[in-house]
Each structure stands twice: as structure tokens, then as C-alpha cells.
Design a protein. Structure first.
Length: 574
């Protein structure tokens, strides 16, 4: 194991037989190869840095010198995926369309291409991660600045200058392939923000919410075709698409032949361990030979995950620490972490994620309450140019009386998402006109299903959070949501923790007006999804139903308080 970050869990001594904390450069890795004499290297687990280093090792003859094989993806496949010109040619060979673009190697070539495409222009350097060196240029000054930076950061001094796709819908497909050409789609991810915002800075939702079945199948077939044409022999890859909401035109944005931050999100969302499976596929296993851990090894990894819940990821920004930084979101990634939340509905998972950001918000808290002409100009400006708090300004715009069509015209956010936000805003308005004692158990349950927390309800009802918890918590439906994959319940190793009263279909939920305690052995563990995301969560061990029992006492205090299993899990990356 070679890693330059001593803080990551990947450098734990238990992770590998030998661990090196060294710079990820071909010179440093050459010395390690000479000392350890490995049979193969697997570069697809270390992000863009590992891919670039592997290509340098190949270029300088290090791998041939020591007889080391590159597994997972070979040098030709990496070059074809990362080189913008080669990738465009590959897509044309299989009949898929890429954005209209040309490659520039000098500033003069860049200006010639820009003159053909016009403004705004999207600039994307080759062999970079997180959109580094790229951006959207709206004028000549911005174009020259972005191109100069892009040439400096690109390994091969190459830029791809694209036509503007601003406002298009963006999707990602996580694909896994084995040596026998068996392929599965692990997850389809949809970006809340339209094209123009880097996917790492965008709110993302899994599974995709606004695709028709026909559109999904077209995108699925295209993803598999891309994987085969690029030549990724085994492991996971990420394919990104753009779709024109007006015409349905579909273009392939790019393909990452490696485990990425989206792979980590897809793994946590579906329970499918992409990194673990990809590593085993790289050494010769096939999907049908590997077992899915979430079902206790009773189903093969060739089963495509299918989830009946919604996962929302929201990026975390810290612009307050960098007051001189430009806080507008573009194609260059600026977030420092992300939070993920799970719920039965999009609204529930969204509001949970907003609370999980730990920015002091309990949901869609208002930023502007006085809708003067000056404040309305601020709101419209925030809607037009994406920032870290745009979703809150969308809610404020709806509170001011702007319609879904008005907000869509300024943001190009899909109307389906805007309708969901509008419903939350209208619900908040209705709740604020009533008192806590007016709500029935059924109404409280519906509010909880939309993701309203006790603190947010307390603010809306102008009561203390303590009173809100006392009134709401005992009366809402106690349930748990487990990350799962398609399999009969009898095959699942980790079942939802529940009492006999709760053992019924999640589709037929009922209200329970009793207070329930859940007892379980629950050690806290820290898991590493990738070098980019860390999740701290509670590990639930299997426990018999007799170990859980309802407590009817509301006043007797126990000496040792039991561990309460939350309704759903949410993880915050730091």
C-alpha cells in the first residue's frame, strides 16, 4: 500500500502487508517496486493521482523493467478515457455523441476554437481531478485566465474546449465489469443542479428521480458500451451524461476508469461494496463467483442493486474560512466534504442531509425574510449564479411568491425537484398557522415523513424544542431504514431492528402511540469509503427479537440509558 496521506485509514498497518507513506510520484514508487518486487499494481483505487502515476511508470519503462503487470485498467484504457481527443474518437466509433468540442495545445489554438464556439465556453484540461484547472468562461479575460491555468495543470498540456451545456440535466452511472464481460449497473445518480456545477459541488440524488424507464435503459446500454470500448477489463467505472431537457439529446461528458467519489456514494447508498468487489475482479474473480456481503453471502455480486429509498448527498463548503475566494460554483470543485442522508422520500432525505451539514440549519431555514425590492434582487442573483446556499434561496424565492416556473427560468433546476421544495415551503406555512396541540398523530407522522425534525417544528410552532420532542416523538411511527439490495428478507443477514409490533411491511406503516426502547450491542466504528470520504457510524450486531421490548414508563429513569436506533442513517464526511 502506497499513500501520501498519513491520516487516512488506508495507511493503517492492518490494511496491507507493507505500507509506505511516500509521495505519489513515479520516482518514489519505482524505489518501492524495486524493494518489494510486486507481481502487479492496481492503480484504479487511488483516484486521478494513482492513474497519472501509473502512466508515468509505464512511460518510463519501470513496469517492464521489473516485470510488473497493471491490472484493473491498462495504460491504453487509462489514456483513452483521460485523453479528451482519444475519448471523443472512441465515442464516435460506438455511435455516441460527445459535446461539440475541439482540443487545444496552445493559447493560439484555444482562441481559434473559442471564436467558433462563442461564449460561454467550457474549458476542461486532460488528466486532472475535481475539474482542476477548468471552468466556464463568459468573456475574454476569464477565458485567458482559465486556459492559462489549465495548460499548467494538464499532464500533457492539453485542453478540451466545449460548447456550452449550461442548464442541461446531469446524470452518473456506476458500472462494474468482470473479465468475462459480465456488467452490472450499481447505481444511477442524478444531479440536483444542472450542468455548469461540478458534480462534487452539486446536490445529488440516488436513484435518479426524473428519468423515464426508456431514458434509463438507453443510458444504461450506453454506459456498458462506453466501458467496453474504452477497454476497462475489470472493476468499477463512472460514466457521466448530459441531457438536454428540451430535446432529450444525450451526450457523454466523460468516463472515469477508476473508483471515484461517486463510487463511494453509490456503495454507501446501495450497500454494494464497489471497491472490494473491484479489487477481487482485478485479480481474476468474476461477478458470479463473488458473494454480496449484505445478504450474508447468499446472493452473488452479479445481482444489480435496487433500492426502495432515496439517498441525498449535499456538499459541505467552508468559504467563511477563505473570505477572498470566489464562492460561485463552476466546473472546478470547491467543496471540502459532503453529507449523505437516507429517507423513504426525497423530501425526508433532503431535510436530514441539510441538518447533517452542521451549519446551524434545521431544514430549509430562511435566509431572507423581508422581501423588499433590494432583497428580491439578491435572491434572483443567487438563483442565477449557483452558490453554496442556493437551495435556501430557492426556498426563500418560493416564500416570496415566485412560482415554480419563475424559479426554473432562473436556475434550470428540474421542475420535479422544485415542486418538492415548494411543497415543503407550503407545508411550513400551514404548520406555522397552527398550534402543537392541534396536530393529530397521523398529521405528525406525515410531517416526519417529509423530513421535518423536532427543532424545525419547534421554530415553526414557536415552542421550545423540549416541548416539541415531548409531544411529537412518542407519537410518530417508530421504524428503521436499512441499506439493502434486492433479495428475499429471509436471506438478509442484517434485518431492520424492530419489535414484533413493527414487523410488518414498510408499505403498510401504522402509528404506534407507545414509547419503545431498542437494545443492541452497538460499537462505534470509522469506515473509509475512499480517500475522499469518511463515515462514522454505529455498527449494529444481530440481536434476537426477545432482546427488544417496549418500555411503558415515561417517568422512571434508568441508571444506564439504552441505545436508541435512529430512524435512518446519515453520515457526515470530514
Amino acid at each position: 500500500m502506497v499513500n501520501s496521506n498519513p491520516a487516512t485509514i488506508m495507511t493503517d498497518p492492518a490494511m496491507a502487508d507493507a505500507t509506505y507513506i511516500e509521495p505519489i510520484t513515479w520516482q518514489a514508487v519505482e524505489k518501492i517496486i524495486e524493494a518489494e518486487r510486486p507481481d502487479a499494481i492496481l492503480p484504479t483505487m487511488g483516484g486521478q493521482t494513482a492513474l497519472n502515476c501509473a502512466l508515468e511508470l509505464e512511460k518510463h519503462g519501470v513496469l517492464d523493467k521489473f516485470g510488473v503487470e497493471m491490472i484493473g485498467a491498462n495504460a491504453d484504457a487509462i489514456n483513452m478515457a483521460e485523453d479528451r481527443d482519444l475519448f471523443d474518437q472512441a465515442m464516435k466509433r460506438i455511435g455516441l455523441e460527445c459535446p461539440k468540442a475541439k482540443v487545444a495545445h496552445t493559447m493560439d489554438e484555444a482562441w481559434e476554437i473559442q471564436a467558433e464556439l462563442g461564449f460561454p465556453t467550457i474549458i476542461r484540461p486532460s488528466y486532472t481531478m475535481g475539474g482542476s484547472g477548468g471552468g466556464v468562461a463568459y468573456n475574454k479575460e476569464e477565458f485567458e485566465e482559465i486556459c492559462t491555468r489549465g495548460f499548467e495543470l494538464s499532464n500533457n498540456h492539453e485542453l478540451l474546449i466545449d460548447e456550452s451545456l449550461l442548464g442541461w440535466k446531469e446524470y452518473e452511472m456506476e458500472v462494474v465489469r468482470d473479465k468475462n464481460d459480465n456488467c452490472i449497473i450499481v447505481c444511477a445518480i442524478e444531479n440536483f443542479d444542472p450542468m455548469g456545477v461540478h458534480t462534487g459541488d452539486s446536490i445529488t440524488v440516488a436513484p435518479a428521480q426524473t428519468l423515464t424507464d426508456k431514458e434509463y435503459q438507453i443510458m444504461r446500454d450506453a454506459s456498458l458500451a462506453v466501458l467496453r470500448e474504452i477497454g476497462v477489463e475489470t472493476g468499477g467505472s463512472n460514466v457521466q451524461f448530459g441531457m438536454d431537457p428540451k430535446t432529450g439529446r444525450l451526450v457523454v461528458i466523460e468516463m472515469n476508469p477508476r473508483v471515484s467519489r461517486s463510487s463511494a456514494l453509490a456503495s454507501k447508498a446501495t450497500g454494494f461494496p464497489i471497491a472490494k468487489i473491484a479489487a477481487k475482479l482485478a485479480v481474476g474473480y468474476t461477478l458470479d463467483e463473488l458473494q454480496n456481503d449484505i445478504t450474508g453471502g447468499r446472493t452473488p455480486a452479479s445481482f444489480e442493486p435496487s433500492i426502495d429509498y432515496v439517498v441525498t448527498k449535499i456538499p459541505r463548503f467552508t468559504f467563511e474560512k477563505f473570505p477572498q475566494a470566489n464562492d460561485r460554483l463552476t466546473t472546478q470543485m470547491k467543496s471540502v466534504g459532503e453529507v449523505m442522508a437516507i429517507g423513504r422520500t426525497f423530501q425526508e432525505s433532503l431535510q436530514k442531509a441539510l441538518r447533517g451539514l452542521e451549519t446551524g440549519n434545521d431544514g430549509l431555514d430562511p435566509i431572507i425574510t423581508d422581501f423588499t425590492p433590494d432583497n428580491m434582487a439578491i435572491i434572483q442573483g443567487e438563483l442565477q449564479t449557483a452558490g453554496a446556499e442556493r437551495i435556501f434561496y430557492v426556498a426563500d424565492a418560493m416564500r416570496s411568491g415566485m412560482s415554480v416556473d419563475d424559479v426554473f427560468a432562473l436556475t434550470n433546476i428540474d421542475p420535479w425537484f422544485l415542486v418538492q421544495l415548494e411543497d415543503l415551503v407550503l407545508t411550513e406555512s400551514a404548520v406555522a398557522k397552527r398550534t402543537l396541540s392541534d396536530f393529530s398523530a397521523r398529521e405528525l407522522y406525515q410531517l416526519k415523513r417529509k423530513g421535518f425534525g423536532d427543532a424545525r417544528l419547534a421554530k415553526l410552532l414557536n415552542v421550545s424544542e423540549k416541548n416539541s420532542v415531548k409531544r411529537v416523538s412518542p407519537r410518530v411511527f417508530a421504524r428503521s431504514t436499512s441499506v439493502s439490495t434486492p433479495a428475499p428478507l429471509s436471506l438478509l443477514r442484517t434485518l431492520p431492528t424492530c419489535t414484533p409490533l413493527m414487523k410488518r411491511s414498510a408499505r403498510r406503516m401504522c402509528l404506534i402511540a407507545r414509547k419503545l426502547w431498542y437494545w443492541a450491542v452497538a460499537p462505534t466504528v470509522s469506515a473509509k469509503g475512499s480517500s475522499l470520504t469518511t463515515a462514522v457510524f454505529t455498527l449494529l450486531l444481530p440481536c434476537a427479537t426477545t432482546a427488544t421490548k417496549p418500555s411503558w414508563s415515561t417517568v422512571t429513569r434508568k441508571r444506564f440509558l439504552p441505545i436508541t436506533i435512529p430512524l435512518t442513517a446519515s453520515t457526515l464526511s470530514r
